[in-house]
Design a protein. Structure first.
Length: 348
């Protein structure tokens, strides 16, 4: 089967991890990398084009994708987060190919700027033959309302990058932290970080937008404003005694990429308690959860003071990731089987 995979294919991106998972299944996979169209843009121009859904980059990307589809004539076109694809482009591709859309972001994020940027995608989801979303709320809203089959998938980890292989002593010393949070700024996340700091606990924070924190001065010794990417990100997760996961309220998530990347590294996961987290891990055995700031502080203090219990939970959490198939390669095998079923149904 000839497949065209469309998305931002930077090697540290989850899209790239899904691509590699598909390449383990199918031998004839071709690529359309959107990075070359949107990465070189200035922040202003990128923001302007994403708000207007027109501009040189949008035009070239749509034109080149359509030209490649006409040349390759793929059986399946898999699109990751196609916020930039025009309806007319999809209509022409759909004439000769089976269209799949996959998204790990929320379709209706709460900040209006983010919500607007996905408005084109929301208008075009019905043009795909099958949709995959990792967001439970979006899955519930879309199912039965688009005329297109909708499948609930999940977030995962890249098994090529995230594992429990030990680091060198030099890297351990460089990255060692007691508690680590990696993620963008949101007000409710700041409240959790402030609670830990007020309790006298050490926490290191990486992520965009933290200059907007109301307590930025108070947290300045805990926030690292430079980006944490690539192997540095993996090393930081591996050397943390506790990996924190506070899911996004803006994206109304119940899990995050860190929900799986942290245990995959053999690191103890302390995450906000959600129904999906409780489905993924046994509380107190494979991970720990909290429902408010008081519980967060209490559990963080306990596990920092009890390394044996912390390490046992971390080991069990890592094993759960492997046994339950939380890697992107495992997830793609499950999702691709659903594509094949839908494709056969469409052909008949």
């Amino acid at each position: 089967m000839k497949v065209l995979y469309v998305g931002t294919l930077h090697r540290n991106n989850t899209t790239y991890a899904r691509l590699r998972g598909l390449q383990e299944i199918e031998s004839d996979v071709h690529l359309f990398d959107t990075d070359s169209y949107f990465k070189p843009l200035s922040r202003l121009r990128n923001s302007l084009e994403r708000r207007l859904f027109i501009g040189p980059s949008f035009s070239r990307c749509n034109r080149d994708l359509l030209a490649l589809c006409r040349k390759l004539q793929p059986d399946v076109v898999w699109v990751d987060k196609g916020y930039w694809i025009w309806p007319m482009t999809l209509a022409q591709i759909r004439e000769g190919s089976f269209l799949v859309h996959h998204i790990t972001d929320a379709l209706y994020p709460l900040p209006w700027q983010m919500r607007w940027m996905y408005s084109l995608l929301r208008r075009t989801v019905s043009q795909y033959h099958i949709l995959f979303t990792s967001n439970l709320d979006d899955f519930t809203a879309l199912r039965g309302n688009t005329g297109t089959p909708v499948e609930l998938t999940q977030l995962g980890f890249d098994h090529y990058r995230f594992n429990d292989a030990p680091l060198s002593p030099t890297e351990v010393i460089k990255w060692k932290s007691q508690m680590l949070f990696v993620g963008h700024y949101e007000p409710h996340t700041e409240q959790h970080i402030v609670a830990l700091v007020e309790a006298g606990l050490s926490v290191t924070v990486y992520g965009p937008g933290w200059h907007r924190a109301r307590n930025a001065k108070r947290l300045q010794n805990y926030i690292r404003f430079h980006p944490l990417e690539g192997q540095d990100y993996v090393n930081a997760l591996k050397t943390a005694e506790i990996g924190l996961c506070v899911v996004s309220k803006w994206n109304y998530n119940q899990t995050a990429a860190r929900s799986f990347e942290i245990p995959a590294c053999g690191t103890f996961l302390l995450a906000v308690r959600t129904p999906q987290h409780l489905e993924c891990y046994r509380e107190g055995v494979e991970a720990e959860f909290f429902g408010n700031r008081e519980e967060l502080v209490r559990k963080a203090r306990f596990y920092l003071q009890n390394p044996y219990h912390r390490n046992e939970v971390a080991k069990q959490g890592h094993q759960r990731c492997i046994d339950s198939g939380y890697s992107w390669a495992d997830i793609m095998r499950r999702d691709w089987s659903k594509v094949q079923v839908a494709l056969k149904r469409h052909a008949s």
